[in-house]
Design a protein. Sequence first.
Length: 233
Amino acid sequence: MSKILLIVHQETSEPGLVGQILQARGYELDIRCLAGGDRLPTGTDGHQGTIIFGGPMSANDDNILPFIRTEMDWISVILNAGKPFLGICLGAQLLARVLGATVAPHPDGIAEIGYFPVRPTSVEQTELPLPNYVYHWHREGFELPQGATLLAQGETFTNQAFRYGNAYGLQFHPEMTPEMIDKWTTLGAEQLTLVGAQTRQQQLEKYPVYTPAIATWLEKFLFQWLASSNNHF
């Protein structure tokens, strides 16, 4: 059984739809929370790929949160080994920082929380045929790293997805389940007052509208991503 390393940032976090799809295809999930005291593997040979999920901390917190620096160092190891890497939200921002790009809040203080449109870049229409709407929960965004290929753009935060070799960064959250939206909008209710945030009710209503297309795309994306360390689909 192939094993995938999943790094989360809170002990109550879960891999959601990403984990469900991987398990349904026979992958073993090795879920670790460095913020909660877990350690990384001693090497890359035991895992076919690595996914780093989102979290409430900033990708710029490496000077005050040692596990952020540890995760950035691990991304460098993965890139050097040529193993598949996927960063989701904070994970994408960490990848961008490792590649020398800046991560920062929106200059107008706007957040993206809820379902918002994304569009594939004209150059990469066939590489990442995204759904029209995806789920977001973030206040910071990333510059496009030098040498990376921009795959998708958004209205508020321009850079939404990029590829660097077999490493992918997604600013949005394709892993959402209704239970996760319920939890996030309850525990993070104060963030729903931010400029750019949709209400809890809006998010729950939009979930069944947009999720079928997201789930179809996500399953295809995950297995093309894992198919080969040289895969640039």
